[in-house]
Design a protein around this ligand. Structure first.
Ligand code: NAP
Length: 322
């Protein structure tokens, strides 16, 4: 039985994708799986490698189905294989902007443009910089934002971790595999992190805490040698010797390229319709950590990816019928 070709099927020769997914973390890979399985002509663009922050997570232990936990790298590989099984195409390309013409959308990377009927933004977040003297100078020379990437360089060293949230504690716990002593420096006297991580950190003999303290400067010659730490209660500043500084002072959405295109909140998170995850622009959807939401986890990113891909399918069907 033959049927009439959809507009996007007719256009396929001209390389117009039904949907371009920007970002390949758990949200993007799930959106890719659902969209490909729905037989949409789907391309996923990823800047460096798929997996996003999941890729650099030592153990994901709260994603259902893996009671013993699974490494972020293994979970990434499984999700990628799963999506590709249904035909998802992926390409490397750092997206620098979107251009909207009548109906059609252009996704621009540094070296080329992709035409799309719909777009799903899944760019996630990145770790915030503290913005103190020495931080930029010593990044890669003792200052790091990724324990799984750099932890092994600090074998038997004395290091510090800055922050009091889930990232600071999970990464500090991971770093105990390498470092001989870890000081968590937190600006308050109570942690923000989930209780189970607090219990593990408090009972780990390699971890100690410096409360009510902020790092004001990172010092050294070729590599980090010490930090200046201010006690916010007494105002006293002291120099603490350390060979490594791991920064986990929060996250920021990777949405700079969307300014002026879709509506963002004051922190740069993408505002969406909670029902179908459509942004303020018709045909542009957002899924995962980059959108405004309460809980940022692999499990919630996966749910977003499925919803956004289904919403794209409905959006394209409605366009075909009008
Ligand atoms: P976060 O929850 O925003 O915590 C940031 C921490 O850095 C807070 O303790 C904050 O202090 C501190 N901080 C912020 N700005 C600072 C500054 N200028 N100077 C000193 N300290 C500063 O960020 P996160 O830990 O990266 O977590 C981000 C999201 O990912 C969260 O939703 C988290 O639950 C999730 N996550 C989950 C897991 C997991 O479930 N396994 C693991 C990692 C991350 P205050 O507490 O005083 O604000």
């Amino acid at each position: 039985m033959s049927r009439t070709l959809t507009k996007s099927e007719k256009n396929r020769g001209g390389e117009i994708y039904d949907v371009v997914i920007v970002g390949g973390g758990p949200a993007g890979l799930t959106a890719g799986l659902y969209a490909s399985r729905a037989r949409l002509n789907t391309l996923l663009l990823e800047g460096i490698s798929v997996g996003g922050q999941m890729m650099t997570t030592d153990i994901v232990e709260n994603y259902p189905g893996f009671p013993q936990g699974i490494s972020g790298a293994d979970l990434t590989a499984i999700m990628e294989e799963h999506a590709k099984r249904f035909g998802l195409m992926t390409e490397m390309g750092e997206v620098i902007g979107l251009e909207l013409t009548s109906g059609e959308k252009l996704v621009k990377t540094v070296d080329r443009e992709y035409r799309a009927e719909a777009i799903i933004i899944c760019t996630g977040t990145e770790y915030r910089k503290l913005g103190i003297p020495g931080e930029a100078k010593f990044t890669g020379r003792g200052v790091s934002y990724c324990a799984t990437c750099d932890g092994a360089f600090f074998k038997d060293n004395k290091i510090v971790v800055v922050g009091g949230g889930d990232s600071a504690l999970t990464e500090a716990l991971f770093l105990t595999k390498f470092a001989k002593e870890i000081t968590i420096i937190h600006r308050r006297d109570a942690l923000r992190a989930t209780k189970i991580y607090q219990e593990r950190a408090f009972s780990n003999p390699k971890i100690n805490f410096l409360w009510n303290s902020v790092v004001e400067e990172i010092k050294g010659n070729q590599t980090v040698e010490s930090i200046l730490v201010k006690n916010v209660t007494s105002g006293e500043v002291s120099e603490v010797p350390t060979e490594g500084v791991f920064m986990f002072v929060g996250i920021e959405p990777k949405t700079a390229f969307l300014r002026g295109v879709v509506e963002l909140d004051e922190s740069g998170y993408i505002l969406v319709d909670e029902n179908n995850l459509q942004t303020s622009v018709d045909g542009i959807f957002a899924a995962g950590d980059a959108r405004k939401k309460m809980l940022r986890q692999v499990a919630t990113a996966v749910g977003d990816g499925a919803t956004a891909a289904f919403a794209v399918e409905k959006y394209l069907e409605e366009r075909e019928n009008t």
